[in-house]
Structures are given as structure tokens and as C-alpha cells.
Design a protein. Structure first.
Length: 443
């Protein structure tokens, strides 16, 4: 029973939050006349001493003390004696742990935001470096249309920006204080819950004592946001893995972010990217695990909630490490733009440009143009030439509007430069997007 009941091996990570909340609670109940100012001063000094001890030596793990709350209170009693027993007046471990956990998750949101901002900055820097570098754009992993590498990298800046918004929203919603809800019904003591909320940086106290101790939406929202961010990281990692393979050859992995083989001396394996890709499973599992824990619980508190922290701590650790690893890779990848440029012209990637030219210059309806270009592609395949090299007589035999001037407009450079619509891949648009992204980052 002691082994399954104790949570101190996991919730010892909450020691800073637990001590901060206890100091705020002691100050408030002293101001309210519930305990004496002398007892409050001794409690505060004792808690400050414990904070110093834990910072220097770590939190001692004693299963008999069950959790971080009793670990702190037990040590406080050793330091100051009988006044330590007054600290828990007008609170319960139910509102205590809910407060500690919210404080921890709030800080975690800020730390993940910093990691997301760092990878955005790295992507923006590489996008600026490659605003004109041409690569194939893909659909179905088939060459579709030419794009710029800068444009491609900026797509991930957008994704991580949405991730930052989710964590910001989560932090805003969780920023209400459960402290003072006690076990579930509030307390008969004259608490000033606004005072403790303000002292701990919360916007306000939670309005319902039952919700205050039973709610774990904030933990679910953290795990959900982390899961989506992990999916984005996994997609980027997958592209690094594919691009580093010899059939693609788009990137060369730096030694710092790759490993060798135990038997094949020539290998440079994208292990860091593969591990980031794998961590996404852990993060998705954390959300699923916590959802299953919470989904069937009647109000208010049940011991099942003790296992909420392991999911959130694991999600934070995995995401923070994945962000750091991917940021390092983005900063140091060597892009083989010559290889990208060569493949950008393959697969008749400028076929859409020919259709657009027929619409714009010859007034051909797009559906007709689509059919004409399809016939041109088929004939080019039969002749074994690129679309731009289709002999003029062959082109004219398909449709009179497919002139040498039309075929001359089918270079990948012309294709990319023509995509000037807002959000498009034209280098001028990419540079505008980089400036906007950098400005948003600085805000």
C-alpha cells in the first residue's frame, strides 16, 4: 500500500511551487488573524530554509511521507517545531496540489514557448539564407511544382506559431487559483483568496470550490498542445530523414546530429531526427493516458488524479528535448541546393505553368488548358524530353496556342518567380514573409 500510495518520487518536482504556495498561504492566514504574525514569520523562515536545502541537495524521497506536501511539512516541523502544524489551517492537500500543479504547468508553458520561439528563429534564419533556392514541392511525395526552400521552411514557422498560440491560451485559461477551496467545499475560516491569488501571480481565484479541486483541464490542454507540437516536429524530422537519404540527397547531416554504424563505416544516420519522430508517440500517449484517467471520475477528488503529473512531466520533458534537438539540426543542416534545383525540374513540375500561360496569354478556358497540357506531357514522355523541350511541331500538333514562347516560360526559375500571390513562393513574397515572421517573433 505504501508503494502504490506514495507519489513523492514523481511530485518532488513540485517542491518550488509547493513552498511558494505555502508561503503565500501562511502570509494570508496571518493577515486574516487566523494564525499569529510570529508563527507566520517562523513558518516563512523555515520554508525559505527548506527551499535552500532542496535547491542544494535535492528533495529527499521517503515513501512514508507520501508526497511533496508532507515532505515539506515534516521538514518544517523538524526546523520550527509546533508552529509548523498551523500551516495547514484552512487548506487541504486537494487545493494544495491543484495550486502547485497549476503553477508548474504555467511555468512549463512559458518554457515550451521559449523553445518554440527558438526553433522559429532558426527556421527564419535559414529561410532568409535560401529565399531564392529552388527545390521541388511535393504532393503525395511526388514532384508537384517548384518552390523555394525558404518558402518551405517558413511553413514550419507558421505551424510552430500556432503551437505557441495554443500554449499561450492554455496558460491564460489555467491562471486561476484553487487555493482556499480546501478539500472541496471551501472553508469556514475568513480567507482572502484574492490575496493568495495575487501573491502567486494568478489572475483571480477559481469561482467554484468543487471545480477548483477536481479540474484537470489545464493538464489535458497542456498535453494536447504538446501533442500537436510534437506532430509538427515529427513531420519536420521525417523530412530531414527523407532528405538525408541518398535517393534524395537534399541535405548533409552534420556530425553533431548524426551517428555512425557499428559495422558500416560510411554511414551517417539521422538518429536525432528519428528520435524526435519517435518521441511524438510518447507525447500522444501522454494525452491519451491522462484523458483515460480523468474521463470517468465523479466529482470531486479521486486518488486516480495522483497519476496526472507523470503524464504532464513526461510530455514536457519529451517536448523540450525534441525542440532543442530539432533547433540544433535546423541551425546546422547543410542544404544541397544544387541537388534540389536539379530535381525541381523533374516530373514535369512546370506543367501547371503551361496551363496558366494558355489561360492568361491565349484565353483558353482552364479546363481545356488542363487537357491540352496533359496531352503535351504524354507526348513529352513518349519522346523522352522535358516539357520545355517539346519540339515546336509536336506542340503545335496538339494545340496551336502551345507556341515556342509558351514553352520558353517553363523554367523552374520563371515558375517560382510567377507565384506572387499572397502567401506564395515567389522570392519577393518569401522575403516579405520573412520580415513579417521576424517582426512577429520580436513582439
Amino acid at each position: 500500500m505504501q508503494e502504490i500510495n506514495a507519489s513523492i518520487p514523481v511530485d518532488k518536482r513540485l517542491w518550488e511551487e509547493d513552498i511558494a504556495a505555502s508561503r503565500a498561504h501562511a502570509a494570508m492566514i496571518s493577515a486574516a488573524g487566523i494564525i499569529t504574525a510570529d508563527d507566520a514569520a517562523r513558518i516563512d523562515a523555515g520554508l525559505a530554509q527548506i527551499a535552500g536545502e532542496f535547491a542544494a541537495n535535492g528533495v529527499p524521497v521517503d515513501l512514508a511521507l507520501e508526497d511533496i506536501h508532507m515532505t515539506v511539512e515534516s521538514r518544517l516541523k523538524e526546523i520550527i517545531g509546533e508552529p509548523a502544524g498551523r500551516l495547514h489551517t484552512a487548506r487541504s492537500r486537494n487545493d494544495q496540489v491543484a495550486t502547485d500543479f497549476r503553477l508548474w504547468v504555467r511555468t512549463a508553458c512559458a518554457r515550451i514557448d521559449a523553445g518554440l520561439k527558438a526553433i522559429q528563429a532558426a527556421l527564419i534564419a535559414r529561410a532568409e539564407e535560401h529565399a531564392d533556392s529552388i527545390m521541388p514541392g511535393f504532393t503525395h511525395l511526388q514532384v508537384a511544382q517548384p518552390v523555394t526552400l525558404g518558402h518551405h521552411l517558413l511553413a514550419y514557422v507558421e505551424m510552430f506559431g500556432r503551437d505557441r498560440g495554443r500554449f499561450a491560451d492554455a496558460a491564460k485559461r489555467l491562471n486561476e487559483s484553487p487555493l482556499g477551496a480546501a478539500a472541496l467545499a471551501g472553508t469556514s475560516f475568513p480567507l482572502d483568496r484574492n490575496a493568495t491569488a495575487a501573491a502567486l501571480g494568478f489572475d483571480r481565484p477559481m469561482a467554484n470550490s468543487i471545480d477548483a479541486v477536481s479540474d484537470r483541464d489545464f493538464a489535458l490542454e497542456f498535453c494536447a498542445s504538446a501533442s500537436i507540437a510534437a506532430i509538427h516536429l515529427s513531420r519536420l524530422a521525417e523530412e530531414v530523414v527523407i532528405w538525408a537519404s541518398q535517393p534524395f540527397g537534399f541535405v548533409q547531416l552534420p556530425d553533431a546530429w548524426s551517428t555512425g554504424s557499428s559495422i558500416m563505416p560510411q554511414k551517417r544516420n539521422p538518429d536525432a531526427a528519428e528520435l524526435v519522430r519517435g518521441r511524438a508517440g510518447l507525447l500522444l500517449g501522454a494525452f491519451q493516458r491522462l484523458s483515460v484517467i480523468v474521463k470517468g471520475l465523479p466529482l470531486t477528488y479521486s486518488k486516480d488524479l495522483q497519476d496526472d503529473k507523470e503524464s504532464v512531466f513526461g510530455a514536457f520533458d519529451a517536448l523540450a528535448l525534441s525542440l532543442a534537438a530539432m533547433t540544433g539540426m535546423v541551425e546546422t543542416l547543410v542544404f544541397r541546393t544544387d541537388r534540389m534545383r536539379a530535381l525541381a525540374a523533374s516530373g514535369f513540375s512546370t506543367a501547371t505553368d503551361l496551363a496558366d500561360w494558355l489561360v492568361r496569354e491565349a484565353g483558353v478556358p482552364f479546363r481545356d488548358a488542363h487537357h491540352i497540357v496533359g496531352a503535351c506531357v504524354k507526348r513529352s514522355e513518349e519522346l523522352g524530353v522535358e516539357l520545355s523541350a517539346l519540339p515546336p511541331a509536336e506542340a503545335a500538333a496538339i494545340h496551336a496556342a502551345v507556341t515556342p514562347a509558351a514553352l520558353a516560360a517553363l523554367t523552374v526559375e520563371a515558375s517560382v518567380a510567377s507565384r506572387t500571390s499572397y502567401g506564395g513562393t515567389a522570392p519577393e513574397r518569401v522575403r516579405q514573409a520573412i520580415a513579417a515572421a521576424r517582426a512577429a517573433l520580436e513582439e
